[in-house]
Design a protein around this ligand. Sequence first.
Ligand code: NAD
Length: 381
Amino acid sequence: MLAERTSMTKEFELFDRMSEHEQVVFCNDSSTGLRAIIAIHDTTLGPALGGCRMQPYSSVEEALEDVLRLSKGMTYKCAAADVDFGGGKAVIIGDPKTDKSPELFRAFGQFVNSLGGRFYTGTDMGTTMDDFVHAMKETNFVNGLPEVYGGGGDSSIPTAAGVLYGIKATNQMLYGNDDLGQHIYAIQGLGKVGFKVASGLLEAGARIFVTDINQESLRAIEEVATKTTGNVQIVANEAIYSQEADIFVPCAFGGIINDATIPQFKVRAIVGSANNQLLDDRHGKLLRDKGILYAPDYIVNSGGLIQVADELYGINHERVLVKTKHIYDAIMEVYEEAANSGKTTEESANAMCEKRIADRGRRNSFYSAPAKPKRSFRNHS
Ligand code: NAD
């Protein structure tokens, strides 16, 4: 019987592991050496969208676990960003330094194309826009291409704009007005996103503490400060956690909210672009108990996703920035729900996304792939 077949038996273990997913595709192309897995988690809100990661996974198990986890995360991220996409992800098993070839990405593009629009993809860790210039010769279902190929280009611009909206919403929640300039911020990382956020805060007249391992970025932000009413102070890498600031803005790497850093924080909130900031779910509870407001990272940093999703309608940077303002409303909704329910903000964010998906129901079915390709490059190369 069906119930018996789906129980946790060794024979059906693989299906049990992907029981939350709609479809998992194993891609093998012997001539190019391509070994990839595409996971489509949920297409309730639209065709699945998610980048393609390339990594020298040590086993199929490890690659499968990663793609299942990441594709589920994309379902939540798309729901929170209110884009017409569901969650998906792809992983290519291989070393990005040694195992890439144009043919490998063309083969990958053919597998993506075989899904007929159920899955849109683009760059992620280990893959570059150039890789997808090869993949797009085989499929129209590629997003996030360079501008010269009709893509939206640098996604760190809307991502930084989204972080600033997240900070504004946080100021509104904490201080009753969303002005950026009246507060003090501690910013970790002045890379593509962090530098733009720091510049925006300086332009608004804010006082910022910054740290980076790259001396050039530190010099550059001091230069920006001289042209604004804001003020910047450089601090040592480890000192950033204990600054007397209002908001900590992590824009470097994940896992920075952990047992070692939480006791050091003197801020009232954490709002930044870094992915997977909470080392563990329990760290969200520790922050709540310490009275620190945490803006869920996957909402704050969704500006890039909003741009990639918006490419379907043609490139328009202004429209993307208008849509990015949605991040302000989503963060406010989460803060208010968390305040009313006593849940952590991460739990409230997840519940908000699940409700959005449940409310939509299965109105859109993408099993039959009605998605409209946005370009017609295929077979033109
Ligand atoms: P980036 O590589 O351009 O910048 C990271 C910065 O952090 C660099 O300047 C680096 O020197 C600095 N850094 C590294 N180690 C450090 C340390 N120990 N202390 C202080 N600074 C350190 O990356 P990015 O594109 O700006 O992204 C930043 C974060 O936001 C990442 O976690 C990324 O995954 C996430 N994110 C980025 C985007 C985007 O559109 N770029 C979208 C969503 C999420």
